[in-house]
Design a protein around this ligand. Structure first.
Ligand SMILES: [Zn+2]
Length: 448
């Protein structure tokens, strides 16, 4: 028996009104269900979701009426194609009509979408859906050899501000490290802290972790902690080069994982590098895209339907990420959940200032997440010292906001940088249809 999972978690659920332990028990079994059983479960949940949104979510009532559909017209996930694919833009335009009218405020938890394409927005989840989603994450962490109560390091771009979160860190035996400045002095301090803590898992964005790995390689050859079992990357695309560097340095397997608003938690299992989504949480649809037609791997658009969040529904929501799906390839782990070979989302560069300070997509997004009047962002390093911020803003944005942003980044990047703020109508997509948050002029090498 695992004390944290079987005793502490249920008690904490009881105190907070959540239900993570219950869902985790369910998910431990359902991960080995047959395909038929998984799909029957999804269809049942889908019917309930559709009935709920028809009756309680003004936006969806409108969609059903416009299309002359009744809830009974959606019986299985194959019927989903009768409904439109929804983008962040649709949500933003219809924001007031997106909340269910029948969910008590006490059940709501607010979230800011990670905005990996530079379009953060506020949304809500029910305690129920949050609990379910957390349980799917804990299940996936178990694939990584992590057991509840094990020590882990969590790296983030945010400061740990709330006392509640700090207390949770102690209870969860987690060491929180704020990765917002990247240079050797920072990595030296951070590496000492990690060694002293002896985590079982280190979790964080691929780029910051691979910069840390590069520091360790240069100065110590490899990681010398004794208890580490896995690295868990998340938040942006894990490139094969970064994976290899992390595995060479830390001498453990890297497990990549993915999540975004409305989507299933998707993680690599213990047997190979295939990813399995928590299909009990969401229905995944994969649509062809004109942008990736020429890509030999044929990545598909990942469209998600969140089966459990009744407060702020995501039905056929376009995650703007692409995946390479492996159809009909059984995984050695014996789970019948879908197999995904690659997640191609969130592609990004690293910027580097003349003082050799690294600026990551995560730095930029962390800051702009809280600027509600900036809708989209892109930062382009045009020259060694020149950084252009392209912003799509709303009508409440004024010169004072511009000044605040400019001052913040001038201080953050240093006096030797030129910060240029441009207001633009839209951020151009790349040839592969992605919106990149951070672009560095190729002439500027990362270790120049
Ligand atoms: Zn597997």
């Amino acid at each position: 028996m695992n004390f944290t999972e079987h005793i502490i978690l249920p008690v904490s659920d009881f105190l907070t009104g959540k239900s993570i332990a219950k869902h985790l028990r369910f998910l431990e079994k359902s991960q080995f269900w047959s395909r038929d059983k998984i799909e029957a479960y999804q269809n049942e949940k889908l019917k309930a979701l559709i009935a709920h949104t028809y009756h309680n979510v003004p936006f969806y009532r409108g969609i059903f009426e416009d299309l002359r559909l009744k809830p009974e017209d959606i019986q299985t996930k194959n019927d989903l194609e009768k409904l439109p694919v929804i983008t962040k833009d649709d949500i933003r335009k219809n924001y007031d009509k997106w909340m269910a009218v029948n969910i008590p405020k006490s059940q709501l938890i607010s979230y800011v979408s990670s905005g990996s394409t530079g379009e953060p927005f506020l949304y809500y989840r029910t305690k129920y859906s949050e609990s379910f989603q957390k349980a799917t994450a804990i299940r996936a962490w178990k694939w990584m050899n992590y057991r509840m109560g094990n020590k882990y390091v969590k790296t983030s771009i945010h400061e740990r501000e709330s006392t509640l979160k700090k207390i949770q860190d102690i209870i969860n035996r987690s060491l929180f490290l704020n990765f917002s400045h990247f240079n050797d002095a920072f990595f030296k301090k951070t590496y000492a802290k990690i060694l002293n803590f002896e985590p079982v898992v280190i979790r964080g964005y691929p780029h910051p972790l691979s910069l840390l790995a590069s520091y360790i390689q240069r100065n110590h050859k490899s990681y010398s902690g004794k208890k580490l079992k896995a690295i868990n990357t998340t938040g942006s695309t894990l490139h094969p080069k970064d994976r290899q560097q992390l595995e060479n340095t830390f001498k453990v397997k890297v497990f990549d994982s993915y999540s975004c608003e409305g989507s299933a938690f998707i993680a690599q299992c213990e047997h190979n590098n295939l990813y399995h989504p928590a299909e009990e949480y969401a229905i995944l649809e994969f649509l062809p895209s004109k942008y990736t037609e020429t890509d030999p791997e044929k990545p598909l658009r990942h469209i998600t339907t969140d089966l459990h969040n009744y407060a702020f529904p995501f039905i056929r929501y376009d995650t703007q990420d692409y995946v390479v799906v492996k159809k009909n390839i059984p995984c050695d782990c014996n789970r019948k959940l879908l197999s995904i070979a690659k997640i191609k989302g969130r592609d990004t560069d690293i910027l580097i200032t003349p003082q050799k300070k690294y600026i990551l997509m995560e730095n930029i997004l962390g800051y702009f997440e809280n600027q509600q009047n900036v809708l989209q962002i892109q930062v382009v390093q045009e020259d060694y010292d020149t950084f252009v911020f392209n912003l799509v803003v709303n009508s409440s944005f004024n010169n004072q906001h511009k000044e605040i942003i400019s001052t913040y980044w001038q201080n953050f990047m240093g006096d030797d940088c030129r910060i240029i703020i441009n207001m633009v109508d839209e951020i151009q997509l790349t040839r592969t249809g992605k919106r990149r948050t951070v672009i560095r002029n190729p002439k500027i090498k990362i270790n120049y």
